[in-house]
Each structure stands twice: as C-alpha cells, then as structure tokens.
Design a protein around this ligand. Structure first.
Ligand code: ASP
Length: 357
C-alpha cells in the first residue's frame, strides 16, 4: 500500500526530488524565455519546502483518563496537582524525543510517571476489585513492526507498562496474564511489590461506597487510566495504555486496555491510539483498530477517524475518550464525557494541558 505519510528521511528525498523537478522546469522555462514561469516556479518551490519543514519532527499526546468531571466541583489544589503531573510527564517526553529517543522508550517512561503517581488509576492509586484487591492491565504496540505486548490481571508488578514491553520485546507471546505474567517479568528483573503498594484511601472509599450502594456507579470511580501516543523523530509511532480497570470489577475481569485493537493500537501506516472509558464497549467496537482502519481504508484524518469512533461509542451508550497521533504529528483528543485529563507537545513548541470539555 502507498504510505500515507513520509518519515523525515523520506521527506528529505522528496525535497531533493522536487528540487530536481523544479530545476528542469526552470531550465525549460528559460529556454522558452517565459519570464512569468521563471519567477513563479522558484516561489512555488519555496512554499512547498516551507510547508514540509513546518511539519513537527516529533509529537506526543497523553491522557490520564476520561470520566464525569466538574470544573465547579474539582478543588483548585486538585486541579493544580493533576495539571502539574501531566506537565511533568509531557516535559520528560519532550526532552527524550528532542534527544532522539524512540517512541517505545518514551511511551514507557512517560507512562511510568503516571503509574507512580497516586492520582491516576494505574499502578499506585489504581481502583479496587469487588474483592478489595488491585488488578492491573497494560499494553504497548510498536507501529513500525506491529509488534505488541500486554499483561492482564497482574497484582504485584509495580509498573505494568514495563511488563507489557518485556512481553513485546523478550517473549514469543503478545499477551500474558496473572501469575504467568508476574513470573515471566520477575525473571526479566522487573520490580515486584505487594498488592498493598497500590492501595490508596480515596480508591478504597470509592469501593466501600459502591459496595454499600450509597450511590450509583459513575465513571468518576474509574477515572485515571493513563495512556501515551508518540510520533518520534525517526518517523515511528508507538501507543501504550495502563489501568486498574473499573472499581468493583469482578476479580478476573479484563477490560479493553490490554486488548490490542481495543484499548491500544499502533501502525506507522496510519496512527497510534490509546483509549480510556468503559472497556466493555471498546472491546465490542474493536475501538482502536477501527480508528486505524478508518484512516487506512477510508482515508479519514486522524481527528475525523476518532470523532467517528466516539460517535459509535455514544450510539451504544458507552462513555469514554481516546487520544491518537499520525506520522505528521496531527493529533486527536476526543471524548464524550465531561472531561478527560490530557495534554500534548510538539517539536514546534505547541503544547497544551487540559481537563474539562
Ligand atoms: N478502559 C478501562 C477499563 O475498562 C477503564 C478506564 O479507562 O477508565 O478497564
């Protein structure tokens, strides 16, 4: 298939090919003494080269979960804390990408920051199952090779996104679960922690309230899944997602996050995608892969593909959000909830951190 986008190297080749093409045209125009063409052709060449160079060398988008959020109800301190953590993650990604790091390394390191923060529903601070334990899911996918790794239902791996990367790079499998996943990554030297390490008071209270049925289930109980999509300076894409799933979930329940094609997907031909929301709907829609397919088969832009998929989610009464990026650094941050913790950076200096609609 014809590549949709060009890598930086391919860009350079394209620019030299264009220069040769325009030189031949100029020579032809000179011969014919066509004054008008002699002036207009270099101008056209300059405009085209400027357009190609305006393309960011790299870009990255992150999310910290979508859900019911109210600008009025969130305290100023909480908002500042969330924004500061998102900024910290974005700044690290920016620095690494500027130094030439690969998309995969950046996705892992950026997600580690969010997993280690109790603010998010991933790693420390993840939500509780019905049985009062924490069970974590994560996945990662490399858009260049279509290689992928995922872990589900792990209870003792400090950074599940690192486990997903180990599965991707150092095993012959794509998807490991529970004890098998833990044993494998222990051998790879990853940090193992007791389940208590993940527990926080706020998430415990959420579970207790749900168990007492003092209130109906809201997406707010789950908010905080984390994800990162990157287009690096080598022209490669990567996507990763990490979560504790949904509060009060049955033990053994697996959401969309570790399911390649549902919660996470990356393909250099199209885009890298990371999802957050009510996982069952994302699995049923094949959400992340569908976005890539809309770009590949219907030539939709990354933004239109995400909007189309969110509309499908809404039609099914599902809730959530998605972030995505293409190789040109075009990004999408779409959701049908009242908020999604999110942010992006581009090598051009553009950046944003946002929470509410
Ligand atoms: N998608 C996650 C799951 O269903 C939860 C979330 O993103 O809020 O496990």
């Amino acid at each position: 298939m014809k590549p949709l986008f060009l890598t930086p190297d391919e860009n350079e080749n394209k620019i030299s090919a264009m220069i040769s093409f325009f030189s031949v045209l100029i020579a032809g125009a000179k011969k014919l003494s066509m004054q008008y063409f002699k002036n207009i052709i270099p101008a056209l060449l300059l405009i085209t080269v400027l357009q190609i160079n305006a393309q960011p060398k790299y870009a990255m988008v992150i999310h910290g979960g979508a859900g019911v959020m109210s600008e009025e109800k969130m305290s100023r301190e909480a908002r500042t804390e969330y924004e500061a953590k998102l900024k910290e993650a974005l700044e690290l990604g920016d620095k690494m990408l500027n130094e030439g790091a690969t998309a995969t390394d950046v996705v892992v390191k950026v997600i580690n920051i969010l997993e280690d923060s109790p603010l998010f529903n991933a790693g420390k601070g993840a939500v509780f199952t019905h049985d009062g334990k924490v069970e974590l899911d994560a996945s990662i996918m490399d858009g260049k090779t279509l290689n992928a790794g995922a872990v589900a239902g792990v209870r003792d791996i400090k950074n599940p996104i690192c486990a997903a990367r180990e599965v991707m790079l150092n095993s012959e499998h794509v998807f490991l679960s529970g004890k098998g996943a833990s044993e494998f990554v222990k051998k790879q030297g990853l940090e193992i922690v007791p389940n208590k390490y993940f527990h926080t008071k706020a998430r415990k209270e959420s579970l207790e309230q749900l168990l007492k049925k003092e209130r109906t289930r809201t997406n707010n109980d789950n908010t905080g899944t984390v994800g990162c999509v990157v287009s690096d300076s080598h022209g490669n894409l990567c996507a990763g997602t990490s979560t504790g799933g949904m509060t009060n979930k049955r033990y053994g329940r697996i959401g969309d996050t570790p399911v390649i094609g549902a919660g996470t997907y990356a393909n250099n031909k199209t885009c890298a995608v990371s999802c957050t929301g009510h996982g069952e709907y994302y699995i049923r829609l094949g959400f992340a892969r569908d976005i890539s397919a809309l770009m590949e088969y219907k030539n939709l832009t990354v933004q239109d593909a995400c909007k189309t998929e969110i509309a499908k989610l809404t039609e099914l009464n599902g809730t959530g959000g998605v972030i995505a990026i293409d190789r040109l650094g075009n990004i999408a941050m779409e959701f049908n909830t009242s908020g999604m913790f999110r942010g992006f950076i581009k090598s051009t200096g553009e950046k944003e951190v946002a929470i509410f609609k």
